[in-house]
Design a protein around this ligand. Structure first.
Ligand SMILES: [Zn+2]
Length: 220
């Protein structure tokens, strides 16, 4: 067997092993509304991604390894202070305020800030499998006048759809932090600490936006 084929088979075996915990398939009601078709570029502009990389000599990045992401892990910050926006979290990450944690994207109602290259692992999922295979996405929960949590969740759904498309990730591999450790995260999208109707609603939004950038065809 050639080396490349052996490697591909090995990678597939690793991908389906219990190490990665087979994702639960959640049922949700498909969004029936008319699709608003977008190019990837149009969707990326809507998502509004700012890139501010953490210094490459930061503690977390020095410990990272290379990654080909096969999961997306959704979190929420549980930080309700009025100033805890995506940009504030990014600044805190970049100055080293979170010792042993980092993640790839932070989302608020206005923008997404990227802090880590997508081919690099980060420390957010609580298990090696989660950290070594998934892109970490934190949703802000800041409480200030005019803050609209729905817009944050919706922007996150668009970002997830874009990343699914870029990496060929199936919707069932868009998972809550809960998937890896049972943690109540992302709290606003769980029900009594577990995926329920609100998580199903979120998946329906991701699926809808995915179809908008994929000629109407789901990946679920
Ligand atoms: Zn989390």
């Amino acid at each position: 067997m050639c080396m490349l084929l052996a490697c591909m088979l090995g990678c597939q075996q690793q991908g389906s092993s219990s190490y990665l915990k087979r994702p639960v398939v959640y049922k949700f009601k498909t969004v029936q509304g008319p699709l608003v078709a977008r190019t990837l570029g149009q969707m990326a502009r809507e998502v509004n991604i700012k890139v501010r990389m953490m210094p490459s000599n930061s503690l977390q990045r020095k410990k990272s390894r290379r990654m080909r992401p096969t999961f997306l892990t959704i979190h929420s910050t549980a930080n309700h202070s009025s100033t805890s926006t995506a940009m504030q979290h990014s600044r805190a990450l970049c100055r080293g305020a979170f010792n042993n944690r980092n993640w790839h994207f932070t989302v608020d109602q206005y923008m997404v800030v990227q802090n880590i290259p997508l081919n690099e692992t980060a420390w957010h999922a609580g298990t090696a499998a989660g950290n070594h295979n998934s892109i970490g996405i934190e949703m802000c929960e800041c409480e200030n006048r005019g803050h609209n949590h729905f817009r944050t969740w919706d922007r996150t759904a668009k970002l997830a759809a874009l990343l699914m498309k870029r990496y060929g990730i199936n919707l069932r591999r868009v998972v809550p932090h809960y998937h890896w450790t049972g943690k109540n995260c992302p709290t606003p999208l769980l029900t009594n600490g577990r995926p329920g109707p609100k998580w199903a609603w979120f998946l329906s939004r991701v699926d809808y936006y995915y179809r908008c950038i994929n000629k109407g065809v789901s990946n679920r």
